[in-house]
Design a protein around this ligand. Structure first.
Ligand SMILES: *Cc1c(COP(=O)(O)O)cnc(C)c1O
Length: 380
C-alpha cells in the first residue's frame, strides 16, 4: 500500500458521464460493465454509487467471483448482476451462488445452455443468451437457433430475459468498416426467429462503448457501456473524429517526487545504468511496475509545473524516473505532488504512445495503489 500515491476517482464525473450517455441514447437502459474491478476503478464504490445515486440497476461482471464479491459487499442494495464469460458452472458452489445470490449467468456456450435447461433447480432462472454473430469469441451459434427454440420449448420456457451479442469492431469507424452492420443483421434475424416461434424477448442489447459512441444499436432496450463511463473514447486514433462521445475521465493517477537532482548528459540512472540523453533534472516518483506502471511507460511525456518531462529508461518496481529540462531547476522539488494522468486526453496520449489501449492502462494498476473515491462537493 502507498500513502501518497493513489488513483483518485471522481464520482461526480461518473454522474455527468451517465447523464451524457442517457442523453446520447435517449435514455436506453444501462447495463454497466464493471468487470476487472470496474476497469481498475474499484468495483464496490463504483457500483454502490451507481446503484444508490444514479439509478443504474444492472451490472456486468466477467467472472462469478466478481459477482459474488459485489453481492457480499453490497447486501443492502438492490440490483441485478450478470456474469459474462467465466461462469464456472462446474464448481460445486456455483449453482448455489446463481440461485441464492441472485446472480444471472449469460449463457454463451452450447454446453451451458443444455446444462441449465436440464437442471430443474434452474427453472426460475432468467434466461440470458449471448449469440456469436461474427466475433468468434464466445457465443451461441446462430446456425442453431431452431434447435435452441426447440429445447427452450421442451423445457417449458417461452421467454428470454435478455438477448445479446457482442461487436468485434465497434472501435473502428462504422462508416468505413461494415462488420458491425453484418453482425447486427444476423442479430436481427435471430430476434425474428424467436419472435416467430412466439418466444418473448424481454430485453436485448448489442452496444458496447464504441457502438454507443457511433450511435449504433439503439433499437435495442439496453446498452452495455464499460469504458466510456470511465471517460476515454474507445475508437482507434484515426477514427476518433467519428465519435459522438466527450466524457470526462474519472481517474487521476497521482504520485509525488521522492527525490530529485540535477544531472549531466550521459549520467547513468537506475538499473542498467542507462545514460540520460541530455542534462536536466531527474525526478524519482513513487510509482513503478509494482503499481502497474510498467516499462511500457518509457518515453511518455509528463507535464509538471509547466515543464515537459519524459519517463526515463527502465521503470523500476517502486519508482519511476522522469527527466525534466534544466530550466525546471528550482521549480521542481522533492515532495511535490505529480500527476501522471487526469484528463481523457492524457490517458489516451499515454496509451497511444505505448501502442496500447486505455483498457490496459486502467486494468494494469495493482492494488498497491489505493483508490480514493470522492464527490466534488466534499472535496476541494
Ligand atoms: C466488456 C464488455 C462490454 C463493454 O465494453 P466497452 O468497450 O468497455 O464498452 C460490453 N459487452 C460485453 C459482452 C463485454 O464483455
Amino acid at each position: 500500500m502507498r500513502y501518497k500515491s493513489s488513483l483518485r476517482v471522481n464520482l461526480s464525473a461518473l454522474k455527468r458521464n451517465v447523464e451524457k450517455v442517457r442523453a446520447l441514447t435517449s435514455d436506453k437502459k444501462i447495463l454497466f460493465m464493471v468487470k476487472a474491478d470496474a476497469y481498475g476503478h474499484g468495483i464496490i464504490p463504483i457500483v454502490r454509487y451507481s446503484a444508490s445515486e444514479l439509478g443504474i440497476s444492472e451490472f456486468g461482471c466477467a467472472t462469478l467471483a466478481e459477482a459474488i464479491k459485489l453481492r457480499e459487499d453490497l447486501p443492502d442494495l438492490e440490483f441485478e448482476i450478470f456474469v459474462f464469460s467465466d461462469l464456472d458452472l462446474d464448481l460445486d458452489f456455483a449453482k448455489d451462488s446463481y440461485l441464492n445470490k441472485r446472480i444471472i449467468p449469460v449463457i454463451s456456450r452450447e454446453d451451458d445452455f443444455d446444462l441449465i435447461l436440464a437442471d430443474d433447480d434452474f427453472k426460475h432462472l432468467p434466461i440470458c443468451l449471448k449469440y456469436n454473430t461474427g466475433m468468434n469469441r464466445l457465443g451461441l451459434k446462430h446456425s442453431k437457433v431452431a434447435e435452441h427454440i426447440q429445447k427452450l420449448k421442451t423445457s417449458g420456457r417461452n421467454e428470454i430475459f435478455h438477448l445479446m451479442t457482442h461487436l468485434s469492431s465497434a472501435s473502428l469507424s462504422m462508416k468505413r468498416n461494415k462488420r458491425s452492420d453484418e453482425q447486427n443483421k444476423i442479430f436481427q434475424e435471430i430476434k425474428t426467429n424467436y419472435n416467430e416461434a412466439k418466444i418473448n424477448i424481454v430485453n436485448s442489447s448489442i452496444s458496447n462503448s464504441g457502438s454507443i459512441e457511433q450511435k449504433f444499436g439503439f433499437e435495442e432496450s439496453h446498452i452495455r457501456p464499460g469504458m466510456i463511463l470511465y471517460g476515454p473514447t474507445t475508437l482507434i486514433p484515426k477514427d476518433r473524429g467519428e465519435s459522438f462521445w466527450s466524457g470526462e475521465n474519472l481517474s487521476t493517477l497521482e504520485t509525488y517526487i521522492i527525490d530529485c537532482f540535477e544531472a549531466d548528459k550521459g549520467c547513468p540512472v537506475g538499473y542498467g545504468g542507462h545514460p540520460i540523453p541530455h542534462e536536466g533534472i531527474v525526478a524519482h516518483v513513487a510509482l513503478g511496475y509494482g503499481d502497474g506502471v510498467t516499462t511500457w511507460y518509457q518515453g511518455c511525456e509528463i507535464e509538471h509545473m509547466g515543464f515537459k518531462g519524459k519517463i526515463l529508461g527502465p521503470v523500476n518496481m517502486d519508482m519511476t524516473a522522469i527527466l525534466f529540462p534544466s530550466t525546471a531547476k528550482d521549480r521542481i522539488k522533492s515532495g511535490q505532488v505529480l500527476t501522471l494522468w487526469s484528463s481523457s486526453n492524457e490517458v489516451l496520449n499515454i496509451a497511444d504512445k505505448m501502442k496500447t489501449i486505455s483498457y490496459q492502462l486502467f486494468c494494469g494498476l495493482t492494488l498497491r495503489l489505493p483508490r480514493k473515491h470522492y464527490l466534488e462537493e466534499n472535496h476541494k
